[in-house]
Design a protein around this ligand. Structure first.
Ligand SMILES: Nc1ncnc2c1ncn2[C@@H]1O[C@H](COP(=O)(O)OP(=O)(O)OP(=O)(O)O)[C@@H](O)[C@H]1O
Ligand SMILES: [Mg+2]
Length: 597
């Protein structure tokens, strides 16, 4: 599947079953058909083996025709048995080879679809989800098809053996067959009644496992805080509850499954004794031959083992599908921000941005209240305000990570909800407040801004971001791995890689959220020069606490409690002696001394 079509996976079927139907066997239908056929063939053993036993005993039981040696007489039977055995072995070899290929492909495709869908989820999804549990949920959904379906088809194979052998049994001995049908009826009734309990237990166990995985990964990813506060014991304590829940639910689920087939097992033991008794009675009356007794018992044993397998398979199938069902319900929730059907591709020509009467709240409390702001084409605007004032929220809305409850945002007079999210974000180089890195090489992290960038382009961008020097000092230069989420880099180094990424992206709109906050003044000045060059002619929004960073902006907007309270150039705002003036004074003229500017 191409990049773009993965981007378009924004809706999936409502139910797990229709998801499997639509995506389960894409391009695998003929392989699936072949696999299903050979699985049934490999089950033929359960039907022919009782006959082998009968034929072999009959060889010794019946008189050999005159003038024929015993070996010659036995030869056709030996050849037929050998041939049938060989064919079954070959078909099980084919079954395993075909099965391996089929299920690996199915697993891979489902994983691709679910990963793409999850990546297309909006910010709200990620804020409320723990990344660790997502992987577990995807695995449950995969196993719901791969394991449960292959089990189910094997169950069909067992059912086939039960039905055919049941008919044969009826032919030989009506009473034994009657007993068999009665107890099968009981087992089905029993299975049906236990189903709900097994299903519920399975769902609870899988829910507890997902929750534990999520918490474990959260704990590992905060390893530094754990170290800092000597929190190993505390973590174990916090994890104790979900662990306990996992143990309880798992044990209960196992126990329910065990009970599911334990009772009927006893029933079968009794039934087997009765069958032998019946055979003995018939033999005493001279109504049954030895080969028929062997056959009856062989058929009975086959049926017993098939029913046993079936009863073992059923709870497992139920367990797996229940887990998959729950995972699907939790993971595949509808995307809350999707492109309109006729969404246009945004081509920013001028770069005029307008926020019109924006009201926005995450939960109950409005963060932005009737906020309006026009940023002219090519204008460079700085945004200032106390921590929690709503600055990041404002740019999150521009990126369409969230949607305002009221009001709208336009770029070049196009409402951003009328264009594709992909094209919107393509037109904005955004350096977030807390840049994260993939655990890939430095050069891969930078080139995320432009997938087909040449090494020269990557290096140029790094130079502009004052990153080239420290990159060259690392062991493998641009090929060095940055560690999980960039752990091997300093805060300032991470910022410079994010800046290089934005330089490389070269989009018409530039959004910087505290982009240089972790840099020393000298590096900041160097980067500021690059930014000046980059932002020339591009609409730029720069958020900063360090006010000196924003001195040269065309306009500075001061936000307080979700509304714009002041705006103007640095000097005009100082003259106003309002909030900006106060903030400026508190920073004693900003962190950069006057003479350095
Ligand atoms: N995902 C979220 N869910 C709920 N509340 C949120 C969420 N993100 C932010 N908030 C709240 O919204 C308010 C504004 O947050 P925002 O990140 O926009 O502030 P900010 O002006 O960027 O602050 P800072 O200068 O510290 O970065 C804060 O009170 C914050 O607690
Ligand atoms: Mg912020």
């Amino acid at each position: 599947m191409s990049n773009l079509s993965f981007q378009n996976i924004t809706s999936l079927p409502k139910t797990l079953l229709s998801f499997y139907w639509k995506y389960g066997f894409v391009n695998q239908k003929s392989l699936l058909f072949l696999w299903m056929l050979v699985v049934l063939l490999s089950f033929a053993g359960g039907i022919v083996w009782p006959n082998f036993n009968r034929w072999i005993v009959a060889l010794f039981e019946n008189p050999v025709p005159e003038g024929v040696s015993f070996i010659r007489y036995a030869m056709p039977t030996i050849l037929v048995i050998t041939f049938l055995n060989l064919s079954m072995t070959v078909s099980s070899l084919i079954r395993d080879a075909v099965g391996a290929k089929l299920w690996v492909n199915v697993e891979n495709y489902i994983s691709e679809i679910l990963t793409a869908y999850t990546h297309n989820q909006s910010m709200i999804f990620w804020v409320n989800k723990m990344a660790g549990s997502i992987n577990t949920q995807i695995n449950y959904i995969i196993s719901g098809l791969v394991d449960a379906f292959s089990q189910l088809w094997r169950a069909v194979g067992n059912l086939m053996i039960i039905c055919v052998n049941g008919l044969l049994l009826f032919n030989i001995n009506k009473y034994v067959c009657g007993l068999f049908v009665l107890s099968l009826g009981f087992r089905i009734w029993y299975a049906y009644n236990m189903r709900k309990r097994v299903k519920k237990a399975g769902e609870e166990a899988s829910g507890a496992y997902s929750a534990l995985s999520g918490k474990l990964i959260d704990s590992f990813s905060n390893h530094m805080i754990v170290k800092l506060f000597a929190g190993v014991t505390k973590e174990q304590k916090i994890l104790q509850k979900p662990r306990q829940k996992r143990i309880q639910t798992r044990l209960y689920s196992r126990y329910t499954m065990r009970v599911f087939w334990a009772l009927p097992g006893v029933l079968w033991d009794l039934l087997f004794g009765l069958t032998i008794l019946f055979c003995c009675v018939l033999y005493q009356r001279g109504q049954i031959t030895i080969s028929e007794i062997i056959y009856t018992i062989s058929v009975f044993l086959e049926v017993m083992s098939s029913v046993g397998m079936l009863i073992n398979q059923l709870p497992e199938i139920i367990d797996k599908t229940a887990a998959a069902n729950k995972a699907y319900k939790d993971l595949v929730i509808p995307l809350d921000i999707i492109d309109k059907e006729n969404a246009k591709v945004l081509h920013v020509k001028r770069g005029k941005i307008q926020f019109n009467n924006i009201y926005f709240k995450y939960r109950n409390k409005y963060i932005l209240k009737n906020l309006s702001l026009t940023i002219n084409p090519g204008e460079r605007v700085g945004i200032v305000g106390s921590s929690g004032a709503g600055k990041t929220t404002l740019v999150n809305l521009l990126m369409r990570f969230y949607e305002p409850q009221r009001g709208n945002i336009t770029i070049d007079d196009f409402d951003i909800t009328d264009v594709t999210q992909h094209s919107l974000r393509e037109n904005i180089s955004f350096i977030p407040q807390e840049p994260t890195m993939f655990n890939r090489t430095i050069s891969e992290n930078i080139s995320y801004g432009k997938f087909n960038a040449s090494f020269k382009e990557i290096k140029d961008a790094a130079k502009k971001a004052s990153a080239d020097k420290f990159i060259m000092d690392t062991e493998k230069g641009y090929d060095s791995l940055v560690g999980d989420r960039g752990i091997k880099l300093s805060g300032g180094q991470k910022q410079r890689i994010a800046i290089a990424r934005a330089f490389l992206k070269n989009a018409p709109i530039l959004v910087l959220d505290e982009a240089t906050s972790a840099l020393d003044s000298e590096t900041e000045i160097a980067i500021q020069k690059s930014f000046d060059k980059l932002s020339r002619g591009r609409t730029t929004i720069a958020i900063a606490h360090r006010l000196s960073t924003l001195r040269n902006m065309d306009r500075i907007i001061v936000i307080d409690k979700g509304v714009v309270v002041e705006q103007g150039t640095h000097n005009s705002l100082l003259r106003k002696k309002g909030l900006y003036f106060k903030l400026w004074q508190m920073q004693s003229g900003g962190f950069l001394p006057e003479n350095k500017k």
